[in-house]
Design a protein around this ligand. Sequence first.
Ligand SMILES: NC(=O)c1ccc[n+]([C@@H]2O[C@H](COP(=O)([O-])OP(=O)(O)OC[C@H]3O[C@@H](n4cnc5c(N)ncnc54)[C@H](O)[C@@H]3O)[C@@H](O)[C@H]2O)c1
Length: 265
Amino acid sequence: MVASGWDTDMAGFMSGKKVLVTGVLRDNSIAFHVARLLLEQDAEVILTSFGRQMKLTELSARRLPKPVPIVELDVTDADHLAALPEQVRQHTDTLDAVVHSIGFAPQSVMGGRFLEAEWPDVATAMEVSAFSLKSLATAALPLMPNGGALVGLTFDASFAWPVYDWMGVSKAAFEATARYLARDLGPKGVRVNLVSAGPIRTTAATSIPGFEEMEGRWSERAPLGWDVTDPEPTARGVVALCSDWFPATSGEIVHVDGGVHVMGQ
Ligand SMILES: NC(=O)c1ccc[n+]([C@@H]2O[C@H](COP(=O)([O-])OP(=O)(O)OC[C@H]3O[C@@H](n4cnc5c(N)ncnc54)[C@H](O)[C@@H]3O)[C@@H](O)[C@H]2O)c1
């Protein structure tokens, strides 16, 4: 029996939803596939990019199924964050979901140099990759008067991975930030959830010195198998969490990793 009041027609299941998607750099970015799937499901999408990366984002956006606006947002820039609502309102009055698909750490704090890392570089990694979830959430909140979804991407921070180093520590802070945001934004109707993805060969990933070691034997270990060149399963998880189909879920981390996280080895 189908509960009354729920829309069970999956075609265009994001129809009428307005979603801000950060992190589209190239057409292998996880966020590119999130934006593509959202557009295929009839959502309205607004992208963000910044600085010299804007040109790459514009080129990638041309490969999306429909034209989309791009607003300027460096998540570490207080002026950009303050201007975000006004920038977005040039395209839509409200948002139903916000996707955080942002990560950066200087190479000096990854690649097996955990013990040598210096605080200023670690601080950059933490600010861009963890604190930014709070910055983006509070900047976008005025656009979500009726609540909505905030969805981010992590790489399972319960483990010490090869070469991930201070990016791994940043992801631990990111995951904790998501839990505190779930606590503080729940009363405003905002659900905060993360997708914990397996390794995918994107720009951010391949810029980690020794990323191949993180890919490791992932595809062999995954009970469902895993394709490091396919961002779509991860993007699907993000879109699902943006939708109305997780109405009572917050503070959750959904693993989209082929099942690796439950394997003993
Ligand atoms: N690729 C993987 O293996 C993998 C696995 C798990 C989680 N993730 C996470 O997925 C997210 C997206 O990364 P991706 O793999 O698609 O790589 P990507 O390089 O395509 O995307 C990273 C994005 O971060 C953006 N960014 C960096 N600094 C920023 C700043 N100051 N302000 C705003 N945006 C900024 C870049 O513009 C880029 O679009 C990241 O959080 C990453 O840690 C990736």
